[in-house]
Design a protein around this ligand. Structure first.
Ligand code: ADP
Ligand code: MG
Length: 455
């Protein structure tokens, strides 16, 4: 099957060329992810001044060359400077902050939590922790991830023991603080990862609360965000002292190397269009983003019915379900991951060559983040957006934001007519009425049963 992962061991920035070659569509920009090089910029990991144990890990991971953000951020961070970093999704920000942290902790004692990484979602926390494990493989440095949706016990243990690098979502960290443990007295480095995402998710007040729990001692703060909306700029001003500013992409534009296309389609025909694109292998393995949890569920049902192995991930799914879905998608068992934007930012799915916006994102920023997901670390990818007539307005604001018109595509020999097609989504009102009717029926049945029993 096209679009399946061919290598799970990393061989440097991936290019998913099989897809391109087969379709024979030329004219795409090939992203290398490399900005203009200045003479003084270090070009290799060893030129960055990294310890041999870290160099070995980086090599094991298949990173041949630092990404632009890594080239710019690692040297000042190694000197202990604060960093204000903005770079598009997939540009390698995680290693940009983890490498200097690990290196600076090498000569220190274990058993004190010296770095705290705040990250918006459980998935991202896990991912950062995994990258920490991989990068720190030869160092003996320790770490843990703490996030909601799982028991607090094991996390508490890690917390008390003290790990070098603690990765946490703000909400769960506050839960731990409330339980009275104060294991962050030795904190030396604070990282805010995906700060704009935390803002979007309404975590800014939580972050401020977390900050009040941190010890009042000099610390290094590394601040990363894909975009820099005003509240994030303000927060960064409060937190950072004379930061080194590293910005790889100043203009707000999706990651390069992504071919974007709009597919105008009547709302009711969206599932059929996706099924047809999958059937024709126009798309390989895809994340399909839906506007609501309900729509993600509906799409899941439709695809399953069509025999396409599908998983889903959204806010109503348990941690366990989400992990299983992601794992199955990563290892190719599921061809489609129906998702709400909870996974839109940061989650790394290897060899993902397509994003399908099953619905047009309401916010241009979300569009940019989603599209960025296909073009991680210089790989090329494609992003298709299904546009119903009702969504044309949102498309226009996206086009304004990316600064150009997006090409429109029509799938040849696909039947765009809606005749006889059932509605994709039952309107909320009807849905609620149906649920109410069902509940009423259940109650009546229970009452009847009760009566029978007591009589
Ligand atoms: P960001 O946080 O900027 O969105 P990540 O740190 O998640 O990006 O990195 C995206 C992907 O690129 C990950 O799979 C990561 O392992 C990989 N990566 C990071 N640095 C490099 C590098 N120097 N060379 C190749 N791949 C890299
Ligand atoms: Mg990231």
């Amino acid at each position: 099957m096209t679009g399946k992962k061919h290598d799970t061991n990393r061989n440097g920035p991936r290019r998913i060329d099989h897809h391109r070659a087969r379709k024979g569509e030329g004219g795409r920009t090939r992203a290398t992810g490399h900005g203009p090089e200045t003479a003084r910029e270090p070009n290799t990991f060893s030129e960055l001044g990294l310890d041999s144990r870290l160099l070995k890990a980086v090599q094991n991971m298949g990173f041949t060359e630092p990404t632009p953000i890594q080239k710019q951020a690692v040297p000042p961070a190694l000197q202990g400077r604060d960093i204000l970093g903005s770079a598009m999704t997939g540009s390698g920000k995680t290693a940009a902050f983890l490498l200097p942290i690990l290196q600076r902790f090498l000569p220190k004692d274990r058993g004190t939590t010296r770095a705290l990484v705040l990250t918006p979602t459980r998935e991202l926390a896990t991912q950062v922790d995994e990258e920490r494990k991989a990068l720190g493989r030869h160092t003996g440095l320790t770490g843990a991830a703490i996030f909601g949706g799982v028991g607090m016990g094991p996390q508490e243990k890690a917390f008390r023991k003290g790990v070098d690098v603690l990765v946490a979502t703000p909400g769960r960290l506050l839960d731990h603080f409330r339980r009275g443990s104060a294991p962050l007295a030795g904190l030396e480095v604070l990282v805010l990862d995906e700060a704009d995402r935390m803002l979007d998710m309404g975590f800014l007040p939580d972050i401020r609360k977390v900050l009040r729990h941190l010890p009042d001692r000099p610390r290094q703060t590394l601040f990363f965000s894909a975009t820099m909306p005003r509240p994030i700029v303000e927060l960064s001003r409060e937190l950072l002292t004379d930061p080194a500013r590293v910005a790889v992409e100043r203009k707000q534009a999706p990651a390069t190397g992504v071919a974007q296309a709009l597919f105008p389609v009547p709302a009711r025909r969206k599932p059929a269009l996706l099924i047809e694109l999958l059937r024709r292998e126009e798309v390989g393995n895809v994340i399909a983003f839906c506007r609501t949890k309900h729509r993600a569920n509906r799409l899941f049902q439709k695809l399953e019915k069509a025999g396409i192995p599908t998983a889903r991930i959204h806010g109503n799914r348990s941690q366990n379900q989400r992990t299983k879905a992601l794992e199955g998608f990563r290892d190719g068992r599921f061809r489609v991951l129906a998702a709400t934007d909870i996974v839109a930012r940061g989650i790394d799915v290897e060899a993902l060559d397509h994003v399908v916006n099953f619905d047009v994102p309401n916010v241009a920023d979300d569009y940019i983040h989603r599209v960025g997901r296909t073009a991680r670390a210089g790989a090329t990818g494609e992003a298709y957006t299904f546009v119903s007539p009702e969504e044309e307005g949102d498309v226009r604001s996206i086009e304004r934001s990316v600064g150009r018109k997006l090409p429109r595509r029509t799938l040849e020999d696909f039947d765009y007519r809606v005749d006889g097609e059932e509605r994709f989504e039952v309107p909320a009102g009807e849905r609620i009425a149906a649920i109410k009717a069902r509940r009423k029926e259940e109650r009546e049945r229970a009452r009847a049963k009760e009566k029978r029993r007591s009589s």
